[in-house]
Design a protein around this ligand. Structure first.
Ligand code: BG6
Length: 478
């Protein structure tokens, strides 16, 4: 018997900056992703100093074309619907809708693209979940405001939210205000359009940006519910399950500290106020934030559901001698120093694979917030090989999803309320962290390489047929 409830939402997730391309079409201007080269040409360094990066000229910008979804969207939606998706999580490109700061009206030509996509998805039987901002801060915001370090971004964001809420109020029910809002602490450019070059107190700037985003998110919730009371508007963090390396109490305490850095965001979004530990943290770190009474009032409006991505787990230690035992590409080391877990294997990119960690995370999050959850990203970035007859035998990806879905089912049986699962990257996309195409997550293969060569032809992998079966059986036949 399936552990998944009737009406469970089954689907996949993409993001405009990694999918669309069409970077200068129909009035779109640049977003933070469009200025970055690929990994081989210094993506990591370039994202640290975006204003300097802007002046440079690279031979290739992977996100400017991505997988050319701007011209393949119809075929792609049909492929997604072919797996039986009843939900498709997508995001919009902010600078496609508002190509400049302080615009009164949105760019109609940009919006027409989303009109077509949403209409077609609905016709194919898929609900659409819109992430309003998925790592898509416009470059105008970086150049004119230093991104979310400036309070004016709240109004700019609310303008975008209002256009989307009103235009799609009868077609879209599920929304996420910010993708992985906690990432702004680790990837300040992606998360908040920040250039921290020469900043004497980067933590102050990052938490100020976080505050403005939290206010914008809460105000969007209030606004959205006025436009359509049936909207389900959610928060989202990059989820991570951390273990203490030993039972040494200092390790456990450190693990708790690291987890709080991420929980801080949904703690505010789901409870409606700043946790006491955060106020203490600000004091201890000389962080003095611009927070008004009106902001605190706004924060009281909480989200309808709590969502997160889940890829990997980490191991926390306070033993400095062990810290050499880290994998630099390990996902967990984005958040803190994390040592290798001797019990678990890693992906081709060093991300620890831990299905049970998903069950733990779901239980922890549900215990903490008592709001419905949604797992809105989960997947395996791997190297795929196309056989001579055009097949992709990705049994490793099937195994990854099967094991994670089994653990999700068990979490639901434990008592967790979970609305749905939108796995990451149902179609191969440009990787956020590396700009590579070779880090493939999809059930659908895209013929395109790291340098942008290829036909962009789409091919169904073995996992495509496996997921179709999983969806059809409502998670019974995994
Ligand atoms: C999440 C992001 O952090 O992880 C996605 O929301 C991203 O945008 C995904 O693509 C996987 O990361 P990467 O770097 O492998 O693309």
């Amino acid at each position: 018997m399936s552990n998944f409830p009737k009406n469970f939402l089954w689907g996949g997730a993409t993001a405009a900056n990694q999918y669309e391309g069409g970077f200068d079409e129909d009035g779109k201007t640049l977003s933070v992703m469009d200025i970055l080269p690929d990994e081989a040409h210094g993506r990591k360094q370039a994202m640290k100093h975006p204003l300097e990066t802007m002046k440079k000229k690279y031979d290739f910008y992977p996100n400017r074309v991505s997988i050319d979804g701007y011209h393949h969207w119809e075929e792609d939606l049909e492929l997604l619907a072919g797996m039986g998706f009843n939900i498709y999580r997508m995001s919009v490109s902010w600078p496609r809708i508002f190509p400049k700061a302080n615009m009164d009206k949105p760019n109609e030509d940009g919006l027409k693209f989303y009109d077509k996509v949403i209409k077609k998805a609905n016709e194919l039987g898929m609900q659409v979940l819109i992430t309003i901002d998925h790592f898509d801060t416009p470059m105008w915001a970086v150049e004119e405001f230093n991104g979310w370090a400036d309070r004016r971004m709240i109004d700019e964001y609310l303008k975008l939210a209002k256009v989307l809420f009103t235009r799609y109020k009868d077609q879209v029910k599920y929304w996420i205000t910010f993708n992985e809002i906690n990432m702004l602490l680790h990837y300040p450019l992606f998360g908040a359009g920040l250039d921290l070059t020469g900043d004497p107190n980067p933590k102050q700037t990052q938490y100020q940006a976080a505050h403005y985003q939290l206010v914008a998110s809460a105000k969007a919730v209030t606004m959205g519910h006025k436009i359509n009371p049936n909207f389900m508007i959610g928060s989202m963090i990059a989820g991570i399950c951390n273990y203490a390396y030993t039972p040494y109490p200092q390790d456990v305490l450190q693990k708790q500290k690291v987890m709080r850095e991420s929980y801080f965001f949904p703690d505010v979004q789901a409870r409606g106020y700043y946790p006491r530990y955060a106020k203490k943290f600000f004091e201890d770190n000389n962080i003095k934030l611009d927070i008004t009474d009106d902001d605190l009032e706004a924060l009281k409006d909480t989200v309808d559901y709590v969502s997160f991505s889940y890829y990997s787990s980490g191991v926390i230690t306070t033993d400095k001698r062990l810290l050499g035992n880290t994998a630099s590409s390990n996902f967990a080391s984005t958040f803190s120093d994390s040592v290798i877990n001797p019990y678990l294997k890693a992906s081709d990119w060093g991300w620890i694979i831990d299905p049970v960690g998903l069950r733990i995370t779901m239980n922890d999050m549900y215990d903490r917030y008592q709001k419905p959850l949604m797992v809105v990203e989960n997947g395996l970035g791997a190297i795929d090989h196309v056989t001579d007859d055009g097949k992709i035998h990705d049994d490793y990806r099937i195994k990854y999803h099967k094991e994670h879905l089994e653990q999700m089912g068990l979490a639901i049986r434990d008592g967790v309320e979970c609305l749905g699962y939108t796995m990451w990257g149902p179609i191969d996309l440009v990787s956020v962290s590396t700009g590579e195409m070779s880090k493939r997550y999809g059930f659908i293969y895209v013929d395109r390489d790291n340098d942008g060569n290829g036909t962009n032809k789409r091919l169904k992998k073995d996992s495509y047929y496996w997921y179709k079966k999983a969806v059809e059986s409502n998670g019974d036949d995994l």
